[in-house]
Design a binder for this molecule. Structure first.
Ligand code: HEM
Length: 124
């Protein structure tokens, strides 16, 4: 196991945009098949959302492109996402990372970072 300070290559560079796109698509497939979560996405243009989420996560993982989509808090403020639903969403994201064979250290780092975004998303 490498200490965090020794990470010299971003996860974006390590895995590439194809893997990140595949993780995002797989994750939304899981979310839309989950009766607890799918209701949040009724009427949402999923093609746009998949694209924005790919850009956003690529940005978090170290892509040089800036993310120009909606501010995270603004995008979620009217959705009333509960803490439990946030965790379920993160669980699906983690399962998709596992499915596409991200190394366990990378998954741990990525998923804990995603959990720090809870305060922008959960509104209850
Ligand atoms: C876990 C971390 C999450 C991240 C990083 C995240 C990120 C994003 C991003 C980047 C967008 C696109 C904003 C735009 O259109 O420019 C978005 C939109 C959206 N998110 Fe999340 N999200 C998260 C969790 C959730 C959860 C838990 C739910 C619901 C259970 C949710 C539901 C939605 C919906 C419905 C939209 C579309 C809003 C609209 O088009 O009006 N998100 N999210």
């Amino acid at each position: 196991m490498q200490p965090l300070r020794n990470v010299t290559t971003s996860l974006y560079d390590k895995y590439g945009v194809q893997v990140i796109t595949a993780v995002v698509n797989d994750c939304y497939n899981r979310i839309l098949s989950d009766a607890e979560l799918s209701k949040y996405f009724e009427g949402v243009d999923m093609n746009v959302l998949r694209k924005h989420q790919t850009l956003f996560l690529s940005h978090l993982l170290g892509s040089k492109r800036t993310y120009n989509g909606a501010n995270l808090k603004a995008a979620h403020t009217n959705l009333n996402v509960s803490g439990g639903h946030f965790e379920l969403f993160v669980h699906h994201l983690d399962e998709s990372c596992k499915y596409f064979n991200l190394d366990i250290e990378d998954r741990a780092m990525f998923i804990s970072y995603i959990r720090t975004l809870k305060y922008f998303i959960v509104n209850q």
